[in-house]
Every structure is written in C-alpha cells, then in structure tokens.
Design a protein around this ligand. Structure first.
Ligand code: F0G
Length: 473
C-alpha cells in the first residue's frame, strides 16, 4: 500500500501496552489512562506494523513535501503519520506544529569543541507556542478529541501549559485547566497561558506537587490529562527525531543531546529509534545524552552514581525507591534557574532508562552557570533559547571535554524552548546591575557571566552617544 493512500485506523492495529516486560497488559487505543491497572507502570502506544502501511524507506516521506497545502502534510508531526497511526486522520487537531529547523552552527561547534560542520541545533522554539511541547500536544490533544473530552489538564513548569492553552484557544474543542507551582514558572510562559484563556490553578508548592494534584483531580473529575505520562504525547515527540534525520538526508547522527526534566523527550526519542530499527528504516541508533541541571539531577544520580538501569525490562525499583525516600527525609527539593526542568521525580524515568539502553546513553549534570554560558553562546550565534534548552549545549561541551564525544562526531543538540520564554534570566545574565545579577543568579551559585553583553549607559546627549558607539564598535 502506498503512503499516499488514506489510512483507516482500526483499533486492533494500535493499542496501549504496559512497558514492563513481566506485565505487558494491553488496553484499547480508545481508553483514557496514564498507567497500567495491573502494575501501575507507564503505557506505550504499540502498533501492529505488519498490518499497517509503513514506508520501505524514510525518503518516501519526501513525497509529502509536494502536498504541503494539505494540513496533515504541512504539519511537521503528521507528515510522519504512518509512524504514529493511532487516530483517524479526520480527528487530527493540528495547528501547523513542527515547522522546525536543524541549523548547523560553527560558532557553537567551536564552543563545544567539535569540528566545523559537526554541531547541529534542532530549534524547537519555532513551534507555535515556542517550545517542543507542541509536537506532543497535537498528538495528546488529538487522542483527547477522539475520546470526546471537553476538558484537558496538565501540571507544568510553563511550556506544557502554554501549549495546551494554545491548542484549546485555537480549536475551541476543550477547556484548558493548568496547574502550576506558585512562583515557579517564568513570566513568558505564564503570560501565554493567561492570554490564551486557560483556567490557571496556582498551587502553593512546586512542579511535583502540582503533578500529583493534577493526577488526582483528573482521575476524580474525569478530566483528560495531557502531561507526558500520557503515552500519546510521546508519539508526537518522536517526530522531532524524524525531522532531524530528514534534515540530515536520512543519515543517523552520532549523538543526540537533550535536556532532561520529566524525561518525556528522551523517552520519545528512544522509542522513535527503537521502532525505526525494528522496521529496518535505520541501521543503527545514535547515542543519546540526557543532561540534567545539577540542581535537579535525579536521573544523573540514579543512572550514573547509583547504577540504575532498565535491564531489559527488569529495572531495580529499590534503587529509585531508596533515593526518593532519602529526598523526602532530608527535605531536598530541586532548585535551578532552568525552571523548565526543576523537577524532583521525573514521571518518565522508566521509559527514559529504556531509551538509554536502546541508544547506549549517558547522563550528565551541568551547573546553572554552565547552562547560562552555553545559552549566551547559542544566543550570540544567532538563535537563542531558554536556560533549560542550553543544558544540551553545556552537556555536549562537557562530554567533549571528557573525551566521550570525539571532535569529528556529528552532534545534534535539541533547543527545546524559545529565547523569549524567560527574559528575566537572560537580562540578569547580561546586566551591569550587580544587585540584580546577585538576586536572580548569584543566589543560585552563578558567580560569573562569561559572555555578558552589557548595555552601555550614556547621558541623553548626542556627543556622548556617538562617543559610546565609537568606543564600543
Ligand atoms: N526544556 C524545556 C524548555 C521544557 O519546558 C522542558 C519540560 C524540558 C526541557 C524537559 O523535557 O520533560 O521531556 O525531559 N517542561 C515541562 C513543562 C516539564 O511542564 O513544560 P522533558
């Protein structure tokens, strides 16, 4: 069957399945659930590929470029429909997400320490709501729509909520209800949710508190939950990797480097590569590097320090249980300027461990100062991103310094969010006002802004202005 043919989604061709090998309970594709009834673990969306029209080669997707007037070919998510065929095409809700680009940046390559032409930035800030979340939201929202949901909720550090609010605002199909930790989200993101008309519930607590509450409230009130515990979210986020491959003319890079927060992206990327291998559409997976903020380093601690592994589907639950117990008894809570990834208990931990196994992965932590310096380099080389996104570049630099990444390897860093998401952090980094620097960044252990581009202050006098320009340019 050709890719151009209309695919009829039959519920027996796609279903939900518990990720744990010893359980593997299955559920109908139409069910609304975020965990397994039998063992409580996460669920995957699984396809019967033998009965579905899958391409013989990834380049077959190029045929869709000439049909860009059709919304589903225009979307950077849905033009890969055959690799996430869980919903009937007529039910898909798309707002043109995923029109994102892979940029080669020699300036950032130089900073990271790889050869010119080897460093790529996948700029997900170009999405309609300014972050990668739209890739997943179009998928979860579509599933919600197929189930007839009228209200959708999420807990968020800001980007998921902005994305949900946007899909609700544009489609008018559902009411957005968002849970945020009070004072824990940047103004850029909060302003989006308010402007798009979401019902915004500000909880006295952090992201993890909001996450726990939204799960309780959603199941009690029958509200559709779009956080990345929702397996359909991750189906959409797989397409970020398809677009990377597309931009590299279907060649697999050596490294994918991604910030780690709730670990949805890293999990989705692992599933994408696992499926492409299974389908024979690629012959090897890239290596995966997940980068935590040092102030929110649960994955780093569990994976690199305590040796927690997926172990073919039989992970050591005791290791994470003990660690979370220690966190609770010592009262330790995540704290980082990268508010997007200020998370204690990443909900996709097990799926991420599986992705690390599939992609021979590594995990690193970077300080707020390392992230902000990397962010300034991304900005100075023309794109800009929010602090959490720059963890990928800071992490690539660290892995290069360690010799884990070789200078000639092709490295793709995912820039997850737009530069304008968090102007407070950016302005504080570049400010000449020491008190402001100390208040926003010094309090987080940032001692120096290596690449600060300070505004020049001058009297309102023509001579003084010209003198300042001549002196500085
Ligand atoms: N980068 C940005 C800009 C984010 O907003 C997030 C997560 C991440 C990275 C981490 O991605 O969870 O897939 O590991 N933001 C979530 C939110 C938590 O609520 O917007 P992850």
């Amino acid at each position: 069957m050709s890719l151009a043919s209309t695919v009829q989604t039959r519920t027996d061709l796609a279903f939900q399945r518990c990720i744990m090998r010893s359980c593997a309970a299955t559920y109908d594709i139409g069910e609304v659930r975020t965990s397994c009834d039998v063992c409580g673990s996460l669920l995957d969306v699984v396809y019967d590929w033998d009965a579905l029209p899958v391409p013989r080669s990834m380049s077959e997707f190029e045929a869709k470029w000439s049909r860009r007037h059709e919304p589903l070919c225009h979307s950077g998510v849905w033009r890969f429909y055959e690799l996430l065929p869980f919903a009937p095409p007529a039910k898909i809700v798309s707002i043109g997400e995923g029109q994102t680009l892979l940029h080669t940046s020699d300036g950032v390559a130089n900073y990271v320490g790889v050869q010119p032409g080897k460093l790529f930035l996948q700029y997900e800030g170009m999405n309609p709501s300014g972050s990668f979340k739209d890739n997943g939201m179009t998928a979860a929202f579509t599933h919600a729509h197929t189930t007839g949901a009228k209200r959708a909720a999420c807990a968020s550090t800001g980007n998921t909520s902005a994305s949900l609010a946007l899909y609700c605002g544009v489609s008018k199909l559902m009411r957005a209800i968002i849970f945020i930790g009070s004072g824990r989200i940047s103004y850029g993101k909060l302003s989006q949710a308010l402007d798009y008309g979401a019902l915004t519930i500000q909880i006295a607590g952090d992201f993890d508190d909001a996450m726990q509450r939204v799960q309780q409230v959603s199941s009690k009130q029958g509200i559709y939950l779009v956080n990345s515990v929702n397996p359909f979210r991750l189906e959409g986020q797989k397409t970020i990797m398809y677009r990377v491959l597309e931009a590299m003319r279907w060649e697999v890079p050596d490294w994918i480097v991604v910030p780690g927060g709730n670990l949805g992206n890293s999990s989705a990327f692992g599933k994408a590569f696992h499926e492409l291998l299974e389908l024979g559409l690629i012959d090897r997976a890239p290596r995966l590097a997940v980068i935590n903020a040092a102030g929110a380093n649960t994955l780093y601690e569990l994976y690199e320090r305590r040796g927690l592994r997926w172990n073919g589907g039989e992970p050591g639950f005791g290791i994470s249980h003990d660690y979370y117990g220690e966190m609770d008894t010592t009262g330790r809570r995540a704290s980082t300027i990268a508010s997007a990834i200020e998370i204690n208990r990443p909900v996709n931990l097990w799926k991420c461990l599986r992705a690390l196994e599939c992609c021979d992965g590594v995990v690193r932590e970077v300080s707020d100062e390392q992230m902000l310096n990397a962010k300034a380099q991304v900005g100075a080389n023309g794109l800009g991103c929010e602090p959490a996104s720059a963890a990928s570049v800071a992490g690539a630099k660290l892995l290069r310094e360690e010799g884990v990444i070789a200078p000639g390897e092709r490295v793709v860093c995912i820039l997850t969010g737009h530069q304008l998401k968090d102007p407070t952090a950016t302005v504080a980094y570049h400010t000449h006002d020491q008190a402001e620097f100390n208040r926003v960044l010094g309090s987080r252990g940032v001692s120096r802004a290596e690449f600060a581009n300070r505004a020049v202050q001058v009297e309102n006098s023509l001579d003084e202005i010209i003198r300042a320009i001549e002196l500085n340019s």
